[in-house]
Each structure stands twice: as C-alpha cells, then as structure tokens.
Design a protein around this ligand. Structure first.
Ligand SMILES: C[S@@+](CC[C@H](N)C(=O)[O-])C[C@H]1O[C@@H](n2cnc3c(N)ncnc32)[C@H](O)[C@@H]1O
Length: 267
C-alpha cells in the first residue's frame, strides 16, 4: 500500500475523486445522527472521509470498525487523528485541527512531529512531501460548528474506545466487495452516491449485499436533485428478494435537501 508521491502530486492538481484526491480535514455531515442507526456491538464498515466517520462510529460501542476510501489522503488525515487523540486533550486536538486547516506548511504545526512519529515510514514521508496540499479547506464557518464537530464528552468517549489505527482498504467503492474478507452489521457509505448514476449505484449495492449480515444495514445519503428515486431502490429490493435467498427492506427519510436511506437485510 505504498503511496506514489509523484502520481499524488499530479493527481492533486485535478478535480474529482481519485486515488490521491484531497481529503476533508473535518466532516460536513451531522454524524452523531447517522450513527444512531447503528446497533451497539456491531461490525462496521465505513467510508474513511476525514476520519470522522469511523471516529463517530466508536460512540456506538462497536465490535469492530473497518474503513475504505478511494483516496490515500483520507487514510492520512484519519491516521493523524487516531494517532493524535490518545496523546491530546480536547483543547489540544482542536488546536491541531485548526493548525491543519490554517497552515499550508503543516510542518509548522507544533504537535505534528510527535503525532506522525508512530505512522508507517512511507506515510511519514508522504506527509513530509505532500505537506498540507492533500487536504480540502472548505467553508470556515462550518469548521468547529457544534453540530458537526465532536463535543468534549463525545471526544472523551471516543478517546476511551480508540485502540490504534483503523483498518483501511484503499479502493474505489465499485471494487470494494472484492477486497472484503468478512461480513458486516452496518455499512456507512455517506454521500458517495451523489456522484454516480443509478445503474452504477445498483451495481455497487448488489456487490455489497452478500457482505451484510442478516438484520444488517447499508446507510447512504444523496441529494434531492440526484438521479436515483426511492422507487429505484424499492425495485432493487424486490429483485434481490426474487433472485436470492435474501430479503431487503428500503427506508428513506427526507431531511433538508438530502435523502437519508437505509437498506436492511431482513432474511
Ligand atoms: C463523498 S465524500 C464527501 C465528504 C463527506 N461529506 C464528509 O463529511 O467527509 C466522502 C469520502 O468519499 C470518498 N469517495 C468518493 N467517491 C468514492 C468512491 N467512488 N469510492 C470510494 N470512496 C469514495 C472521498 O474520497 C471522501 O473521502
């Protein structure tokens, strides 16, 4: 899983998701709400994103949390966070994220050398070479918004339950199934489907359903104006039920300008 720094530098010049696309420093989703759909003691698979997806999953006292992402930079920000959290009190963690957000030369961040020391050598080299260019600096007004950012109490719970880095699968979601070697109770796919047509979405869901435990769920969100309609997912559920010895139920909640969806395997 060694990153190629030359390819990364080229990819970072381009838009769109790729194996080195920029990663968010902090989530722009209200994760404390989406993780409420996860039963405790679950085996969870989640997109890595900014690392906040797997970290918020720890609030549900999971059995295990594995992560995947198309971008290596998602692994980098996630590993920085999982290395920092055991070392830093809440205020120090906020300072670190603020530094990552504000400093394009992240080597200037006081806490960073100590934090990256525990990462694999090739990841340390990657951070030194790519510096702060691997991160998206989105709307500062959202940054540290109390809706999005971890509260102190949540941070303490997460800190207690974090036992090292998360397992990371570096892959596009269309090939994810081929890299899985266990089944899960919950898959958090976030808003990846915003960027796909319905045929591809159905392909991805079909490939992942065999890795969902009986009673388990796949969670995803997409925009009101995106191509898929709830009837596409209802049709998908009846197709799966007819073809395989599995039954799926689909639920959607309309929330602001988002559709929040759960596919549940009921047999
Ligand atoms: C959909 S993005 C949006 C950011 C997100 N709202 C958050 O709060 O972090 C979340 C993550 O999905 C990853 N991603 C996008 N398309 C992907 C794909 N086809 N396969 C795997 N990961 C993908 C991105 O690299 C990013 O880290």
């Amino acid at each position: 899983m060694k990153p190629d720094i030359k390819t990364a530098k080229e990819c970072l010049e381009n838009w769109g998701f790729s194996e080195y696309s920029k990663a968010y420093i902090m989530t722009n989703e209200v994760l404390r709400l989406s993780v409420k759909n996860i039963p405790t003691k679950s085996d969870i698979l989640t997109v890595a994103g900014s690392g906040d997806h797997p970290l918020f999953c720890l609030l549900r006292e999971p059995k295990s949390v594995d992560t995947f992402d198309v971008s290596y930079n998602a692994k980098v920000i996630m590993d920085i966070k999982t290395s920092a959290i055991p070392k830093l009190p809440f205020a120090g963690y906020r300072n670190l994220l603020n530094g990552l957000y504000e400093e394009y030369d992240i080597k200037d961040i006081y806490e960073l050398p100590e934090i990256i020391k525990t990462l694999p050598a090739e990841e340390q080299e990657y951070i030194e070479q790519i510096n702060g260019k691997g991160f998206i600096r989105s709307d500062m007004t959202l940054f540290f918004s109390p809706y999005l950012f971890m509260q102190k109490k949540e941070y303490e719970q997460i800190r207690k339950r974090l036992h090292g880095p998360f397992n990371f699968i570096w892959t596009d979601i269309t090939s994810l199934h081929a890299k899985l070697n266990k089944t899960y109770d919950f898959m958090h796919l976030s808003n990846i489907f915003d960027y796909m047509g319905i045929q591809k979405i159905i392909y991805v869901l079909s490939s992942l359903v065999p890795y969902v435990n009986n009673g388990g769920k796949i969670y995803f969100e997409y925009g009101m104006n995106s191509e898929p309609k709830p009837k596409n997912f209802h049709n998908f559920c009846s197709d799966v039920s007819n073809k395989y010895n599995q039954e799926l139920k689909f639920r959607v909640k309309y929330d602001g300008n988002r559709k929040k969806c759960i596919l549940q395997r009921t047999r």
